[in-house]
Ligand binder design. Sequence first.
Ligand code: NAD
Ligand code: DAU
Length: 362
Amino acid sequence: MIFVTGGAGFIGTNFVFEAVAAEPLLVIDKLTYAGNADNLSALEKADGFQFVRADICDREAMARLLALHRPKAVVHFAAESHVDRSIHGPADFVQTNIVGTFELLEAVRTHWSALDGAARSTFRFLHVSTDEVYGSLNATDPAFTEVTPYAPNSPYAASKAASDHLVRAYHHTYGLPTLTTNCSNNYGPFQFPEKLIPLVIANALEDKALPIYGDGLNVRDWLFVGDHCEAIQRVLKIGSPGETYNIGGKNEIRNIDVVRSVCRVLGELRPRPHGNYEDLITYVADRPGHDRRYAIDPGKIERELHWAPAETFESGIRRTVRWYLDHLDWVSSVRDGRYRTWVEKNYGGRAVPTSGRMRISE
Ligand code: NAD
Ligand code: DAU
């Protein structure tokens, strides 16, 4: 079995749908505003899928789950992930991303230390991190490599950098077989519509403004979420313990051009009744401390693990827009909070089980 923390979030959901075909999974998720257990309801009756609502900050709960299920790996997605929210309220980011990762590492270290033989040597803790830990690039700077010094600029990036350092230290000091991935901006199905691409799709369909921070010339390196999940699988299977791997799509695009691409594809698939979607573009005040440019050099994972993305930005953005158009009910239930009602109804008052299975619909 593999544990997947944060498996009800955007990337976690995509990862779980792929990975469950090959391995039994236990999703551990607190179901914050960003976690949507309904994403996984199609797996409710699938063999090898289990879900438990729990907080990674709860070391005892993590220890109980580890003792009960004896997983061969932990893939750690759980985090507060939105930069703007970290600017408005950094406390949750410190709590989950730093303290939560620490508590999880402590539970895992205790569990792993008691293993022996193959169970000990093949165990893996894979920490999913971000390119934002490296800070901001100028237009002519080379892309981030695994040895680029850390220079996080937002509370989110700082909290992820701290968690990366803890993971590094647990390998260096205790020998815990860790793997760390630092990935660029993901996009694709199930992304919460607070992030740029799903926000623009959802707003455009409601004829609302498409907000562009600052001059719209900030550059991000976009990767289709399925390609990120495939990279994580590869790192998990054949990555070397203690190593870090940068993951990116070599798709550096200015924000304004990302938004124009979304408008163009939407215009083809679902023409705006009056005018063009681009007419909705609205420049708004910039994000404080807004990093200018991110770019990932994925040379190491390409060379050593033979990973390469399957999607171009053009093919990936088309798949993404199509998915949102095909799942308008998902978008509206997230936007109007209906999914929270379902979460509370289904999960309110549940505790982490001390034994047995806890399926999503029990
Ligand atoms: P997300 O915000 O969509 O999902 C996060 C999930 O973690 C949610 O299901 C939430 O309920 C859960 N969670 C939050 N706090 C928790 C806690 N204390 N205990 C248990 N579960 C908790 O995030 P995402 O975009 O899917 O990102 C997943 C991971 O990948 C994060 O670690 C993020 O830093 C990293 N990452 C994201 C991107 C990106 O572009 N989205 C890029 C690189 C790295
Ligand atoms: O680089 C990886 C990171 O990518 C991940 O670690 C984060 O979890 C993920 O949220 C993402 O961070 P960004 O801040 O880059 O993503 P976001 O979608 O919030 O913003 C993308 C760019 O678009 C950024 O330059 C800010 C800008 N933006 C964003 C929003 C929400 C706008 O111009 N308008 C907006 O309304």
